[in-house]
Write a protein that binds this ligand. Structure first.
Ligand code: NAP
Length: 489
């Protein structure tokens, strides 16, 4: 059994406790490797190493030289792209044909932020007479990056690239079910010359260790992507230290189709947004809101399309849906399917895994569509994070907005129409951090996003996302040589 060590202070180490966690392949159900189960003492070691690296080395390195290291890391990721994609697929079941797109995308995220690393500028302020003032955007020092299992390698880029570009040291804590690619990027960062302690990776179960990382007094910034429930715990943990926190949390995206929409485009996108990555995307269009006049025609196209998507071995090139990422998440998805049935929704297709003996040991769920879903049902309110679509109809735009905004989440929405007035009216009224129009799930490092309501705090990506990794210092200089007077004098 392969045992992968974690990266602390430039060394590949075991957990202080000597404990290991199993990493399962969700296709075969077999343990593929073990990683150290880090303890709070290991977290302390990593944070102290990052703190030391920041004050002794990293903050003295010119931003242009930081950028060069980041460009080298991007090239190294591209050179090992195939190995990284295979690790990702074996770890979390994403079809290889999708993982192999995630890896170059991650390299490009590092390039995007490397290009900005030496352009992070403050401002000259308009100050009172005989004074001069300016702002600086300074790093926090130590950043904790806690990431989920749905896009493991991309998440390392989305958090690590802006954190490093802004001049921070960063400690990655990947999800315990998908640690391999974070460790691999740690290895590449070391190889291309990042000083010890600047990039570190600790592994094992979130819980106590994750809370320590989020609440450690030497951590200045916590960036977290994951569920809203754990996001709340991160906020609690950060209270003592008043660490600055960015949270990218859950979603329940409404995908709204007006009667004048291009139906073929909208049908293809409705399937892709919920079944890509097995629905394990925070912005997956899990609620399809159809105008009542087009429901029957739309579903007559969508259901056969969903049934045609190949569910199977993630290393098969034809596969569109691999297994659900872990046994725990698989059980969660099946339990929501049961709830949908018991609350009166109509199961239109799917509901269980394919009847294929080759997949018997994996965590497979076929594309699942529920009709007759009312806005108050559990499957219309809670994030399932699996290939389960709920379909609800509306009679007019007001009702579409009411349903779309009627959950606690506010991460994203999508809208299908050619009516430019409807686009502007609805985009303004939708309570969501992203509104896609005639498209869905387009992302890139160029595009800032952040959840409304319980979907998040702060921003990821874009220049807004970079600013999250800096703190603003104002410097004000009295240019006279006269003593300051009291206000009353
Ligand atoms: P999760 O259970 O919240 O876990 C996320 C990360 O937090 C994992 O590394 C986890 O470690 C760690 N963790 C667990 N408990 C912790 C604690 N008490 N303190 C600190 N860290 C802790 O989320 P997930 O199931 O991995 O991912 C799915 C969720 O992520 C969904 O809700 C999805 O919507 C959300 N997501 C949001 C975005 C966005 O941009 N808004 C993007 C992708 C995913 P373990 O793995 O060891 O438990």
């Amino acid at each position: 059994m392969e045992q992968k060590r974690m990266l602390i202070g430039g060394e590949w180490v075991e957990a202080g406790s000597g404990e290991w966690s199993d990493n399962l392949n969700p296709h075969s159900g077999e343990v593929i490797c073990q990683v150290p189960s880090a303890t709070v003492e290991d977290v302390d070691r990593a944070v102290e190493a990052a703190h030391k690296a920041y004050y002794e080395t990293w903050r003295e390195i010119h931003p242009a030289d930081r950028a060069k290291l980041m460009f080298k890391l991007a090239d190294a990721i591209d050179e090992c792209a195939d190995d990284i994609a295979r690790m990702e697929t074996a770890d979390m079941g994403k079809p290889y044909n999708q993982s192999s797109g995630d890896v170059p995308a991650t390299a490009d995220i590092f390039r995007f932020y490397a290009g900005i690393a030496d352009k992070i500028e403050g401002e000259c302020l308009v100050t009172p007479a005989k004074t001069f003032g300016y702002t600086l955007h300074e790093p926090f020092g130590v950043v904790a990056s806690i990431t989920p299992w749905n896009f493991p390698v991309v998440m390392i880029g989305m958090k690590g690239a802006p954190a490093l570009a802004a001049g921070n040291c960063t400690i990655f804590k990947p999800a315990s079910s998908s640690p391999s690619t974070a460790l691999e990027l740690g290895r590449l960062a070391t190889e291309v010359g990042f000083p010890p302690g600047v990039v570190q990776v600790i592994t094992g179960e979130g819980g106590a260790m994750g809370s320590r990382l989020a609440g450690h007094p030497l951590v200045g910034k916590v960036t977290f992507t994951g569920s809203t429930a754990v996001g709340r715990k991160i906020l609690e943990a950060s209270i003592n230290n008043i660490a600055k926190v960015t949270l990218e949390l859950g979603g329940k995206t409404a995908n709204i189709v007006l009667p004048d929409a291009d139906m073929d485009m909208a049908v293809a996108a409705a399937a892709r947004t919920i079944f890509l990555n097995c629905g394990q995307i925070c912005t997956a269009g899990s609620r399809l809101l159809l105008h009542e006049s087009i429901k029957d025609e739309f579903l007559a196209k969508l259901i056969p399309l969903a049934e045609s998507l190949k569910v199977g071995d993630p290393f098969d090139e034809a596969t569109k849906l691999g297994p659900i990422s872990s046994k725990q998440q698989y059980d969660t998805v099946l339990s929501y399917i049961d709830t949908g049935k018991s609350e009166g929704a109509t199961l239109l297709t799917g509901g269980s895994g394919p009847d294929d003996p080759a997949l018997a040991h994996g965590f497979y769920v076929s594309p699942t569509i529920f009709g007759d879903v009312t806005a108050d049902m559990t499957i219309a309110q809670e994030e399932i994070f699996g290939p389960v679509l709920s379909v609800t109809t509306f009679k007019d735009e007001d009702e579409a907005v009411e349903i779309a905004n009627g959950t606690d989440y506010g991460l994203a929405a999508a809208l299908w129409t050619r009516d430019v007035s409807a686009v502007h009216n609805l985009a303004a009224r939708l309570e969501a951090g992203i509104v896609w129009v005639n498209c869905t799930n387009i992302f890139g490092p160029w595009m800032p996003y952040g959840g409304y309501k319980v979907s998040g705090l702060g921003f990821e990506a874009g220049i807004e996302g970079l600013k999250e990794f800096t703190r603003v210092k104002t410097v004000l200089i009295d240019t006279t040589d006269t003593p300051t007077t009291w206000p009353t004098e």
